[in-house]
Ligand binder design. Structure first.
Ligand SMILES: Nc1ncnc2c1ncn2[C@@H]1O[C@H](COP(=O)(O)OP(=O)(O)OP(=O)(O)O)[C@@H](O)[C@H]1O
Ligand SMILES: [Mg+2]
Length: 474
């Protein structure tokens, strides 16, 4: 296997210093000693709470090939150091060099919701057509995106990256480093709005994704989103010659002709760049259909095969914490858990309710939503939580459990008959929920990652152990 970075290549890429005759080579790049793999290049970043320089010795003794440092830590072998003035800039330089040396076709995915899901779908479908490198997990910020790019093997044919932001001005420099051939903006919604005056300002910040693109780059935009026209103007002023769109609009390059939604997924008929494409999508919800159309346009824009990718849509599976469904055996039956504990916003909540609406509980079962606070909504937060009540009623959700001070507003807005219970934190709510769930129930757990609804998910998984324990004891 060719090394990802030799000492010489890394020194050239960063302008950094290595010991004379340094012979290390790295197969990966890491910034976290808890996740450092043997043969990684460990980059010692200084964060608000920790300084990676304090962990260099640990990284090297756990098998890292070398460490990029801004100051030599005591006790570290100088033959395994790459010295740079600033390690975050060093990581960015490494990323730029990874981009410059590769002939990979690069796609960047941004948007208010659906970035990770779209990125994962692209990564899975492109992998069937050529060697594909994609960012892992949710690595989409000033550190995560350059880190992901620095990890791209030179021989990759496709590179898929997620770019996120909390403030204006964050995406443009990342796009400048990535220089994507193709940029997807999934949708523009009032998410992370606390740092923005209005939705137009969010659209403007997403449009920064065009900043690093050449005129031959292709923009892929949501034709059905109210911010579409604004994004088109941005793409035009970035001189992009190709601006494609997806949605129900007649002018869309990926146009939805017909869709049959069910609880497991959707059957889709679309016209994509003039061709009729029929496919089965194994992810439920209309929002996933939208994302899938964006994915197929991106596949085409990258020069890969649309039909092959469309056929692969039937094999996609949900990303962890974003709709993974489990059947959990308990005493006297089984209940269904839909784990959406990773993320929440008004748009994502409504999308999840719509999916729950399509499910049919077994006899005696109920539809239950366990909801944690949606964070980063700014001044409108309380009203945004209360405003979910009619959607819950319309989706036929029988009981709602709520956790957190913001979700209190939803609990108060719900009809009393649908209130399951409220607690100030997910941890406090977990037992109440766990004790209330019975056979046949379908339980959706959703909240912003910071609301830690994973505690409820864990408690619900535990129920199967309790059931096993009871059987074992008999
Ligand atoms: N197009 C869409 N419209 C509405 N909701 C969506 C859409 N796509 C995905 N979602 C929902 O949004 C949630 C978050 O999805 P995902 O993690 O892919 O988003 P993200 O943009 O990567 O979020 P983050 O800002 O945390 O990186 C999921 O619950 C998913 O079901
Ligand atoms: Mg994400």
């Amino acid at each position: 296997m060719t090394a990802l970075w030799t000492a010489r290549e890394a020194a050239l890429a960063t302008g950094g210093g290595v010991a004379p005759g340094a012979s290390w080579s790295a197969d990966g790049v890491s910034i976290d000693t808890r996740a450092v793999a043997p043969s990684d290049l460990f980059v010692a970043l200084k964060g608000p709470r920790f300084d990676g320089h304090d962990f260099v010795a640990t990284a090297l003794s756990s098998g890292a090939a070398a460490a990029m440092v801004a100051r030599p830590p005591s006790g570290a072998d100088p033959a395994r150091l790459l010295a740079v003035p600033d390690t975050l800039l060093g990581l960015e330089d490494l990323a730029r060099a990874a981009r410059a040396r590769s002939a990979a076709r690069i796609v960047a995915v941004t948007g208010s919701v659906g970035k990770t899901g779209t990125k994962e779908a692209l990564a899975a479908l492109l992998a069937g057509q050529g060697s594909t490198h994609a960012s892992t997990g949710n690595l989409n910020n000033q550190i995560g995106m350059p880190l992901s790019l620095a990890r791209m093997p030179a021989a990759s044919r496709f590179g898929v990256f997620e770019i996120g932001m909390n403030h204006a001005g964050e995406i443009a420099p990342l796009s400048g480093i990535l220089r994507p051939h193709v940029a997807v903006i999934t949708t523009v919604e009032p998410v992370h709005i606390e740092h923005f005056p209005n939705i137009e300002a969010i659209a403007d910040a997403k449009a920064e994704i065009f900043a690093g693109m050449s005129e031959d780059g292709i923009a892929i935009l949501n034709a059905d989103n109210p911010q579409f026209a604004r994004l088109v103007l941005h793409a035009k002023s970035s001189n992009l010659k190709s601006i494609w769109s997806f949605g129900e609009a007649r002018t869309a390059q990926a146009r939805l002709l017909d869709v049959a939604l069910d609880a497991q997924g959707s059957s889709v008929e679309a016209e994509i760049l003039g061709r009729l494409v029929l496919f089965r999508l194994n992810l439920p919800g209309r929002h996933q259909v939208q994302n899938a159309l964006a994915v197929l346009l991106a596949v085409a824009a990258l020069g890969a095969d649309i039909e092959m990718a469309a056929a692969g849509m039937a094999t996609l599976s949900s990303v962890k914490g974003r709709g993974v469904t489990a059947e959990i055996a308990i005493a006297r039956g089984v209940f269904t858990l839909i784990d959406e504990s990773y993320n929440a916003s008004p748009a994502a909540m409504r999308a999840a309710f719509a999916v729950l609406a399509m499910r049919r509980p077994a006899a005696g079962g109920r539809k239950i939503a366990v909801l944690g606070d949606m964070l980063e909504l700014g001044k409108a937060a309380a009203a945004d939580h209360a405003a979910l009540a009619p959607d819950i009623v319309a989706a036929g959700i029988d009981y709602v459990f709520t956790a957190g001070p913001l979700m209190r507003h939803l609990a108060d807005a719900l009809p009393a008959t649908r209130r399951g219970g409220h607690a100030e934190s997910a941890a406090d709510l977990a037992k109440l929920v766990s004790d209330s769930i019975g056979p046949g129930d379908i339980v959706l757990v959703k909240g912003s990652a910071g609301s830690r609804m994973g505690a409820v998910v864990a408690a619900l998984h535990e129920k199967s152990n309790e059931a096993k324990g009871m059987r074992d004891a008999v």
